[in-house]
Structures are given as structure tokens and as C-alpha cells.
Ligand binder design. Structure first.
Ligand code: HPA
Length: 266
């Protein structure tokens, strides 16, 4: 893997002028933030050696380098979900690529179903802990000793100091535990009841492999979920991806403010 990563890095470095210290992974409906990046340098995934390349229609796949909130950033426009068939190892490859580029802080966003009944659609929630019910781990297989230990600590998955700086500006920011499932089918009402007993506040199909790989290689994370819908069985209505996108779109401005402020306080 190291050899491949070196080639990937060499290619990326040949295209960029500054090494970003901050990475952004933008979830459903938040891709527009990558368009706000100034002095953009864009690299399509398909150009990058060994990089996975999402071919799903309507999904752009590119790294966007430049300045956002005055910080030098790299945004992943188009993320890799396990339900698409990507192996967890590919997600590790992507995160290690960020590490090699120089990324030290990673801001992750996602859309999620609200299990916690005090949340409502449109709420933005700071993720303080995670439950991995994907039954897969990106670190499975030989350990990349150059990146981190065989058994990395996961007792604090988010950067507390970074979060506390953000909370100074958003004192009412909700907090919760994000539980990841494999998808792509949504959960059943019985599963949501069980997940609530586990202590989960939110459910989604992304983010957890990214956090695990980032923690392993010493990248500090801050994660925001947009609760786009009440989880299955809470309301007497079926879940739909259209609803998820509609709500994510509605809270675009609030979400954008939190992300931009999170970069500014760094
Ligand atoms: N479940 C899983 N993933 C999701 C949901 C949900 O209810 N909403 C948005 N992403």
C-alpha cells in the first residue's frame, strides 16, 4: 500500500501549489461548499493513480484544493460508501492519501436519520461518539506501521478542543452518538428501537470507516450530522432519499455557517 500511496502523492503534489492542513468530506447536499473554495485546483479522481473512482451518475468525483474561511483545504467532492461495494480498505487508502498530503484536521459531514426523538429534521448535530454496526473495519489486514498502531485507541473520536471552540459560537449545538449501518436499505422500525437501546441518537451509512482510518493515522476529526428525517418507525410514513435531500438542501445555510466557522476557529 505504501508504494501505491507514494505514487498517488507524487501525482497530487505535481498538481498543487500548497499543502492543505485541513480536509473536508462533504455529505449529501453539502457538495456546494466545495464550490465556495477560492483559488481552486481540482483533480478528478479518475486522474489520480490508484484512487477509487465513483462512476455513479450525478456523482462528481474530485479533490478540490484551495482556500475556505482563510484556510488551505482539500475537499473530497464525492465520498465512498460501503453500500456502493467499495471495500473498507479503499476508504483507508483515501484517508491515508489525505494524511500524506499533510492533512492534520478532518471535518466530516453527513446526512442521518434521527433516532433521538428530541431531534427534529433539519437539526445539525455534533457527533461525539460512534457505534460501528457495519461489521467491517478499514484497518483489517496487515497494519500500516508507518501510519499508526495495530490497536488504535478510539476512546475519543472527535477533537474536543476544536469542538469547544466551535461551540462558543453555536452554544445550542446538539450533540449525539452516530450509529453506522451498511445500507443501502433503510432500517426497520425494530432496528431503530434496538439502536435506541444501544445509546444511538443518529443512524447513517457513512463516516465511521473514515473516522477509524483518520484516528489510526493521527488525523483529528470533527463530525457534523444533519438529521434529515426521523428514523424508521418514529413517524407513520416511509423514508425516502428525496426527503433526505430536500431537508439537507433547506439547512444548507446553517450547515455552511457551522462548517465555515469550524475552519475559521482553527
Ligand atoms: N437511515 C440511514 N441513513 C440515513 C438516514 C436514515 O434514516 N437518513 C439519512 N441517511
Amino acid at each position: 500500500m505504501k508504494e501505491k500511496l507514494n505514487k498517488t502523492l507524487k501525482f497530487i503534489n505535481s498538481r498543487i501549489t500548497e499543502s492543505p492542513k485541513v480536509g473536508l468530506i462533504l455529505g449529501s447536499g453539502l457538495g456546494f461548499l466545495a464550490d465556495k473554495i477560492e483559488n481552486k485546483i481540482e483533480i478528478n479522481y479518475e486522474e489520480i493513480p490508484y484512487f477509487p473512482n465513483s462512476t455513479a451518475p450525478g456523482h462528481e468525483g474530485k479533490l478540490v484544493f484551495g482556500k475556505l474561511s482563510g484556510k488551505s483545504v482539500v475537499a473530497l467532492k464525492g465520498r465512498f460508501h460501503l453500500y456502493e461495494g467499495w471495500s473498507p480498505e479503499i476508504i483507508k487508502f483515501v484517508i491515508y492519501t489525505l494524511k500524506m498530503i499533510g492533512v492534520e484536521k478532518l471535518l466530516i459531514t453527513n446526512a442521518a436519520g434521527a433516532i433521538n426523538k428530541t431531534f427534529k429534521p433539519g437539526d445539525i448535530v455534533l457527533v461525539k461518539d460512534i457505534i460501528n454496526l457495519q461489521f467491517r473495519n478499514p484497518l483489517r489486514g496487515p497494519n500500516e506501521e508507518d501510519f499508526g498502531p495495530r490497536f488504535p485507541d478510539m476512546s475519543q473520536i472527535y477533537d474536543k478542543i476544536w469542538a469547544s471552540k466551535v461551540k462558543e459560537y453555536f452554544p445550542d449545538l446538539k450533540e449525539g452518538v452516530y450509529l453506522a449501518v451498511l445500507g443501502p436499505s433503510y432500517e426497520t422500525p425494530a432496528e431503530i428501537k434496538a439502536f435506541r437501546k444501544f445509546g444511538a441518537d443518529l443512524v447513517g451509512m457513512s463516516t465511521v470507516p473514515e473516522i477509524i482510518a483518520a484516528k489510526h493515522c493521527g488525523i483529528d476529526c470533527l463530525v457534523f450530522s444533519c438529521a434529515t428525517n426521523m428514523a424508521a418507525g418514529i413517524l407513520d410514513q416511509p423514508l425516502s432519499h428525496i426527503e433526505v435531500l430536500e431537508i439537507a438542501n433547506k439547512v444548507k445555510n446553517d450547515f455552511s455557517n457551522i462548517v465555515l466557522k469550524s475552519l475559521e476557529v482553527l
